[in-house]
Unconditional design. Structure first.
Length: 133
């Protein structure tokens, strides 16, 4: 069964690029993809419990609510405490990564990564989810 992957980024062009990058995984039935360009609306849906996902990729630097804010919110809600949440960002400093880990991110990938890195991150995360049962 396909895993649901959500990408949240305030840049519509980044979201289009990511969607294109993972087209093979979608076409092969490995994942379904949903994108959101408003951190505020996405956070509202989390609070309502009206959104489900297996893997969530969050940009860090977004207006209104940062990725740090959203991951903290998600971790405070029972439905999302054990979900896989990965930062997808231009931030590369060790301090940012430390803050991300403390906030509740399971992993970190930079936006400048190759399409292969994005695909392998998704497939490796799916393997980890499946291994947990």
């Amino acid at each position: 069964m396909a895993k649901k992957v959500i990408f949240v980024d305030d840049s519509k062009s980044i979201l289009k690029t990511i969607s294109y990058t993972v087209t093979d995984l979608v076409n092969d039935g490995v994942i379904t993809v949903e994108t959101h360009d408003s951190s505020e609306l996405f956070a509202q849906r989390l609070q309502e419990g009206s959104i489900e996902f297996d893997i969530l990729f969050l940009d860090i630097n977004m207006p209104v609510l940062s990725g740090y804010d959203i991951v903290k919110l998600a971790r405070s809600l029972d439905a999302y405490k054990s979900k896989m949440i990965i930062a997808l960002t231009t931030e590369i400093s060790e301090e940012s990564k430390k803050m991300g880990k403390e906030a509740g991110f399971n992993g970190w990938i930079t936006k400048i990564s190759s399409p292969e890195v994005m695909k392998s991150t998704i497939t490796n995360t799916i393997r980890a989810i499946n291994a947990k049962g």
